[in-house]
Design a protein around this ligand. Structure first.
Ligand code: AMP
Ligand code: TRP
Length: 329
């Protein structure tokens, strides 16, 4: 069975973008692949997080992983800091990554260009830690949204270079990006990614949003003045985004949804998208509350950490030996 690994960094509440672009796919793939899914808490602190809030977000993220359908009996679910090998291989990967490579990473460049203050060294070397996350498990595939493709490509480059230098060590992973839903856009600005870090909350639907709030956000989504229901991503990005959201959640083709609403007003289409999203959120939220009340998280995370440690430590020991980091007695 081929192995798959992915992670989410809960720097806030998980969003509909995380669900459609990532989480939902983990669930789909878990029967077909040996699945490793982790909570990237070390990645969270590359930017300051209020400690109590961070801890709450981590707990919610695990509960949401399960509520969305990840099954701990077949998938390995764990917390990044429960496996010390991530930080250690992360450092080793940083010593095998060139400054030029990190300087090319668009996520970091965007933040630099926005003149954000107090950018940390951790943020800069983030892709090295991400490479370690993936390579420790010899994952064949990494299901992610579009924004993470460049980081997986860097991981491939670093893994290949390491293999050439020190001998075959790592599986070179491939990013797996869905055709529909890999980049869900903000409802208030369809030219920007739907993101947890948005200033106003209007454009982003959170998985734990009150259903009425979520409905209002969709009904208030920015569209255009063209007034025709059709697929034109260039000129009607807001409408396209709404149709893409509905298409990925229902697995209906985008064209079929267009055909159903063609000739009608945007309000009708928005109401349909709101129904689809709210019914999905309702299912997730019901399960989330059951899970929180059942107090099962601790045991699941302990079991996950034990399984993850076993594989990760094996890879780390192999790497240390290959590099010559060990004393031979
Ligand atoms: P992050 O929240 O940045 O840790 O992202 C976790 C996963 O969700 C990654 O695979 C991202 O690519 C994916 N993701 C985040 N935001 C979106 C979005 N707006 N549309 C699609 N995928 C997304
Ligand atoms: N960088 C990813 C994000 O922000 C999260 C992440 C960390 C990840 N390590 C990973 C995703 C390893 C896939 C594989 O979305």
């Amino acid at each position: 069975m081929k192995r798959m690994l992915s992670g989410i960094k809960p720097t806030g509440q998980l969003t509909l973008g995380n669900y459609i672009g990532a989480l939902r796919n983990f669930v789909k793939y878990q029967d077909e692949y040996e699945m490793y899914v982790f909570i990237a808490n070390l990645h969270c602190i590359t930017e300051y997080q209020e400690p109590l809030e961070l801890s709450k977000n981590l707990t919610d993220a695990v509960a949401l992983y399960l509520a969305c359908g990840l099954d701990p009996d077949i998938s390995t679910i764990f917390l990044q800091t429960d496996v010390l090998a991530h930080a250690e291989l992360g450092y080793i990967m940083a010593c095998n990554t060139y400054l030029g490579e990190l300087n090319r990473m668009t996520q970091f460049k965007d933040k630099t260009l926005k003149n954000e203050k107090n950018l940390t060294a951790g943020l800069y070397t983030y892709p090295c830690l991400m490479a370690a996350d993936i390579l420790l498990y010899n994952a064949n595939y990494v299901p992610v949204g579009e924004d993470q493709k460049q980081h997986v490509e860097l991981t491939r480059d670093v893994a290949t270079r390491f293999n050439n230098k020190y001998g075959e060590t790592f599986v070179v992973p491939e990013p797996l990006i869905a055709k529909v839903g890999a980049r869900i856009m903000s409802l208030s600005d369809p030219n920007k990614k739907m993101s947890k870090s948005e200033e106003t909350n209007k454009g982003c639907i959170y998985l734990l949003d009150d259903l009425n709030v979520a409905r209002k956000k969709i009904m208030g989504a920015v569209t255009d003045s063209v007034g025709i229901i059709q697929l034109d991503k260039q000129n009607q990005p807001g409408l396209y985004n709404l149709i893409e959201i509905a298409s990925s959640l229902t697995e209906r083709k985008m064209e079929d949804i267009i055909n159903e609403f063609v000739g009608q007003g945007y309000g009708k289409l928005k109401a349909y998208v709101a129904d689809v999203v709210c019914s999905e959120l309702e299912k997730i939220q019901n399960k989330y509350h059951e899970i929180i009340e059942s107090h099962m998280l601790e045991k699941i995370m302990q079991d996950g950490a034990a399984k993850a440690n076993e594989i990760a430590n094996k890879t780390l020991n192999d790497v240390k030996q290959k590099i010559g980091l060990e004393i031979k007695y």
